[in-house]
Design a protein around this ligand. Structure first.
Ligand code: NAP
Length: 284
């Protein structure tokens, strides 16, 4: 990353995030003091842990086998006082809980790890899917995995994020050969802002993707992401949403676009995200 871009990013990250948070969504702890529980020590879990520990966060892994050599080695590689425990104990210790779990295990796990009231649950799971008759992947649920998790845990703050990137990009964002966006959806503003801060600190570009039901749109990207695999191609893509104010600046009278900026009902949920892209020119 160029030195100018890095300075710009650092400046942006130092801006306060989370002003005006509703009391029900009170932040768990102040910036950087949160304990991050990572449930699942597979491909995603063993990427997030070391990256976040390297940023100064305390990590506790939740594993079915916390005493296994795999997990002991991961804890050692993670450093910064990391530890491992059962999935339930880790979740109870964590202020932010990364659900780095396969979808088939999700319901059983998230319903057996105790009271999750007030915790931020970050769901990165690919939704359940099958192959359509033409060979392409097809999602089999009508809502989204994230909404199902929120339904099982109404007192937690569920966030959909990090589904659209591979663990290689968590390990090292430069492997994407360019910026990578992380669309983040949640019904809880503070949870979106905390997740956005973590994404930006990891060198990714957080995008406010609205309330949790937009997890459906994020999850539907997996169908798109798998098209090249279904076609047998040897290249796919990483997602990058480039900012634009074209539609904001160009409302055309009579075609309905003048209503694009009408206030949304959940305006309290509009998150204040760190900006990782340069500002756009004002509308003329
Ligand atoms: N891999 C990627 O690049 C990627 C990208 C985007 C999204 N995702 C999503 O991220 C999630 C994690 O993916 P992953 O690639 O890290 O999966 P993974 O390598 O299979 O690891 C998942 C971990 O979950 C735990 N686990 C497995 N089966 C379980 C069960 N029945 N009950 C409880 N825990 C179980 C295991 O950890 P322990 O052995 O320690 O219990 C396992 O290592 C998935 O939902 C996936 O769709 C993955």
């Amino acid at each position: 990353m160029g030195i100018l871009i890095r300075s710009f990013l650092l400046m942006l990250l130092s801006l306060p995030v989370g002003a005006g948070i509703a009391a029900a969504d009170a932040p768990v702890k102040s910036h950087g003091d949160e304990i991050i529980a990572i449930l699942g020590t597979g491909d995603m879990g063993d990427s997030f842990g070391p990256r976040l520990a390297g940023l100064g966060y305390k990590i506790v892994y939740g594993s079915r086998n916390p005493a296994s050599k795999k997990v002991i080695d991961l804890v050692a590689r993670t450093g910064n006082g990391a530890s491992a425990n059962t999935q339930k104990n880790a979740a109870q210790q964590g202020d932010i809980v990364f659900l780095a779990l396969p979808w088939p295990a999700m319901e059983t796990v998230v319903q057996s790890i105790g009271d999750l009231r007030g915790k931020i649950l970050i769901d990165m799971s690919w939704p359940p899917a099958t192959y359509a008759a033409d060979g392409y992947e097809q999602i089999t649920i009508e809502t989204s995995s994230a909404e199902m998790i929120q339904g099982w845990n109404p007192d937690a703050m569920v966030v959909k994020a990090f589904l659209t990137l591979g663990s290689n990009v968590i390990d090292d964002p430069s492997t994407a050969s360019g910026p990578v966006s992380v669309p983040i959806a949640s019904n809880h503003r503070i949870a979106k802002e905390v997740t956005a801060r973590l994404a930006a600190e990891m060198g990714l570009d957080p995008v406010d993707a609205g309330p949790l039901r937009f997890a459906r749109n994020i999850e539907s990207l997996t169908e798109l992401m798998l098209v090249p695999y279904a076609q047998g191609r040897d290249e796919a893509w990483d997602f990058y949403f480039r900012r634009s104010n074209f539609f904001v600046c160009n409302a055309y009278e009579g075609d309905g676009s003048e209503n694009l900026g009408q206030p949304v009902v959940d305006s309290e949920n509009l998150a204040d995200f760190p900006r990782t892209q340069p500002p756009l020119a004002d509308c003329e």
